[in-house]
Design a binder for this molecule. Structure first.
Ligand SMILES: N[C@@H](CCC(=O)N[C@@H](CS)C(=O)NCC(=O)O)C(=O)O
Length: 232
């Protein structure tokens, strides 16, 4: 299966069959990598891993051979495998530097990484599927308590992120200026998640404006969960 909307364009390396992404349409971590691949015009084979079917295909012994953590995404290239979306995106940025996802100066790169890490380390992990499953199945928290947990951590995290972006004070349509970066690759999937769970985003106007600017770009459109071949 070849991912939609990532056909090679002018100046783009042709798909040589060597890039594969283990992905699930609604995985926000896989969504980050799909955006990065799209921004760089890199075609890839999408290998679907259904997080709910068969008790979670990510937990199967076969998939744990790919990623011992039992999480998507995993990225394979030339017979080697990488996990962790941010490590994958930074690898892609170094290996295929034509459309940079990190800015020029050390300070600016650190600013972009602080936003990406805020999503990947502070907001996303505590609301991940396995955490929510543990709350409901092991701790037997009622659905309302689970929802309260999710809304609390996602909303407070996104509001702090909004404040961080505003304080950075950079103009342009995106998190850090006039071109999408690693930070936008992380923000957009997290906002998709927040909307999916009905989180109140009214105190995040700057993030919502950035999301709108991203939505106009083909790379973000083709990476969207609804555009994935494995979308239910
Ligand atoms: N820090 C990891 C997070 C990966 C992750 O949590 N993936 C989720 C989907 S967004 C997953 O596979 N969840 C399966 C589960 O919780 O069982 C990354 O950035 O790649």
């Amino acid at each position: 299966m070849t991912a939609p909307g990532t056909a090679a364009g002018p100046g783009t390396p042709a798909h040589d069959g060597s890039r594969s992404l283990y992905t699930y349409f609604r995985s926000s971590a896989a969504y980050r990598v799909r955006i990065a691949l799209g921004l760089k015009g890199l075609d890839y084979e999408a290998i679907p891993v259904h997080l709910l079917k068969d008790g979670g295909q990510q937990l199967s012994p076969a998939y744990r051979e790919v990623n011992p953590f039992g999480l998507v995404p995993a990225y394979a290239e030339d017979g080697r495998t990488l996990t962790q979306s941010l490590a994958i995106i930074e690898y892609l940025d170094e290996r295929y530097p034509e459309v940079p996802l990190l800015p020029g100066s050390a300070w600016e790169r650190a600013q972009v990484r602080q936003l990406a890490l805020a999503v990947a380390c502070e907001i996303h992990p505590i609301n991940n599927l396995r955490v929510l499953k543990y709350l409901s199945q092991t701790l037997e928290l009622p659905e309302t308590a689970k929802q309260q947990w999710l809304h609390h951590w996602m909303q407070s995290g996104l509001e702090s992120l909004e404040e961080t972006v505003v304080r950075m004070g950079q103009g342009g349509d995106f998190c850090a200026g006039s071109a999408p970066t690693l930070a936008d690759c992380c923000l957009v999937p997290q906002l998709f998640n927040a909307r999916r769970f009905g989180v109140d985003l009214t105190r995040c106007p700057r993030l919502l404006a950035i999301d709108q600017a991203c939505a106009a770009r083909p790379a973000f459109q083709s990476a969207h969960p609804d555009a994935q071949p494995d979308a239910a």
